[in-house]
Design a protein around this ligand. Structure first.
Ligand SMILES: NC(=O)c1ccc[n+]([C@@H]2O[C@H](COP(=O)([O-])OP(=O)(O)OC[C@H]3O[C@@H](n4cnc5c(N)ncnc54)[C@H](O)[C@@H]3O)[C@@H](O)[C@H]2O)c1
Length: 333
């Protein structure tokens, strides 16, 4: 089957990881070129750290011979613009979350993708993680009976405040993974949300009305309840988990240990944890790109798709408005 030449927009924390996966681990893919912001281009070239050819900008990337598909890993505030340009060029695209930094622009981006008829996949890597996949399988098989409650937790080290300024906020950048995981695991839709937040870590978040701790109560279309807890504080390492309760039992997706070896000594037990998301989800990040490339090669529609991308943004927006306005907000209201 023909190899898919891939161009990457952005080689930051996640773009560099995706580029490395495409170069070394994704079968049927060939990393062709990347576009990054000019200062990063200079830096990468100066230290010889570019994983592939670096072109001037997104237009040059789209015009590069051999670029069949694009991975969008630029800052969130540029996703709308970059998705529109890639769709207009008629290239399939894999985009990091969120697809835009407003619901209006997210709808616009999805409309552009649908109009162009290009294959689209959103970067929700938990759907490719063995722990989440098995939990989904148990739930779909009826092993826990009727789903009655969801709990998702994501805690991470706080990124630089300049990154957060254009990230859309805690619910758009971090809790969005739990919102998608809630939909994926339960198979249900989040109908309405109520959110609260506080600033405990970075006082400058107040300058753009963001928070670093947030709790979102969910009500699903079925009537089931849920809660997502997110924070930019995790001194012990990257911390995520999901728990779904049903009428017959519960299923927990929890991978605390990086290596399943425990050291017991005076003072207690020591175990190594995952430090970064790229460690915890190393295989899942590769698997999601592999699924994207496989879909392109076999003509299948990639998943999670544009509808999933849009719904996650609508939930993030509803949670943000709920926190600011102190009331329940219906998703898509
Ligand atoms: N799925 C996940 O788990 C996950 C993890 C981390 C980040 N992300 C998402 O990925 C995106 C990038 O995050 P990051 O942490 O890698 O950011 P980053 O700030 O580390 O990197 C951003 C990259 O975009 C490039 N860039 C900036 N402007 C550009 C332009 N006009 N044209 C081309 N390239 C440009 C920069 O040079 C840099 O290489 C964000 O939307 C973030 O939400 C997702």
């Amino acid at each position: 089957m023909a190899e898919i030449g891939v161009g990457v927009i952005g080689l930051g924390r996640i773009g560099a990881f995706h580029a490395e996966s495409l170069r070394n681990r994704v079968a049927g893919a060939r990393l062709v070129a990347a576009a990054v912001a000019p200062p990063d281009r200079e830096r990468l070239l100066a230290v010889g750290a570019a994983p592939c050819a670096l072109v001037d900008d997104v237009d040059a990337l789209l015009a590069t011979p051999g670029v069949d598909a694009i991975v969008v890993a630029s800052p969130s505030s540029l996703h709308h613009e970059h998705i529109l340009r890639v769709a207009a060029a008629g290239k399939p695209l894999f985009s990091e979350k969120p697809i835009a930094d407003s619901v209006a622009q997210a709808r616009d981006a999805v409309a552009a993708v649908r109009r162009a008829g290009v294959p689209f996949q959103i970067g929700f890597q938990r759907r490719f993680d063995p722990a989440y996949i098995r939990a989904r399988e148990y739930i779909a098989a009826g092993s826990i009976g009727t789903v009655e409650m969801f709990r998702g937790i994501t805690c991470d080290r706080i990124p630089p405040v300049e990154f957060l300024r254009t990230s859309g906020g805690l619910f758009w950048d971090l809790a969005i993974h739990d919102f998608d995981a809630a939909r994926f695991l339960t198979g249900d839709e989040i109908a309405e949300v109520h959110a609260v937040g506080s600033i405990e870590v970075e006082p400058r978040l107040a300058e753009f009305d963001d928070v670093d701790y947030g709790i979102v109560t969910l009500r699903f279309a079925s009537g089931a309840l849920g809660v997502c807890q997110a924070s930019w504080r995790a001194p012990y390492g990257y911390d995520i988990r999901a728990e779904v309760h049903g009428s017959l039992g519960k299923v927990v997706a929890e991978v605390d240990e990086k290596i399943p070896t425990r050291l017991y000594r005076d003072g207690g037990m020591h175990v190594e944890r995952h430090d970064q998301f790229t460690e915890r989800f190393r295989e899942a990040y590769t698997a999601e790109l592999q699924a994207f490339v496989d879909a392109l090669q076999t003509g299948r529609a990639p998943s999670p798709d544009a509808a999933d991308a849009l719904r996650s943004v609508e939930i993030s927006d509803a949670a943000t408005r709920s926190r600011r306005e102190g009331r329940w907000v219906r998703v898509g209201e």
